[in-house]
Ligand binder design. Sequence first.
Ligand code: SF4
Ligand code: SF4
Length: 118
Amino acid sequence: MTSIFTLTKTLFSYLFSKPATLMYPVVPREFAEKTRGHIGINIDKCIFCGLCSRRCPAQALKVNKEQKSWEIDTSRCVICNFCVEICPTKCLFCGKKYSASYIHSPEAKMFYQQQTNK
Ligand code: SF4
Ligand code: SF4
């Protein structure tokens, strides 16, 4: 009898409380102060040493020295921050940019290439 009373009480408390989830991506989530966000790069400062790629435990990074390109697969990245810490030119950063949702992993890949004609 007590359990039915407890169940009904719990049910009504959920019926009249705010939902625990957000309408992603329509309603942006506010980031907590210490959140790491997403990895970004200032490609102009990159020297394509490949240290970040070798340090990445999730094999989320690809660096090509000849093509002067840097690529991240955000669906693999676990935001451990190792790449940011090891980068000798400090061109990597954790940003709190709100990103759109995606279903297919190719859409999670972000490709950057340094312009060579400067
Ligand atoms: S460690 Fe930094 S400088 Fe080296 S390839 Fe990665 S992003 Fe570029
Ligand atoms: S944050 Fe960690 S998992 Fe993500 S790209 Fe950098 S080293 Fe790899």
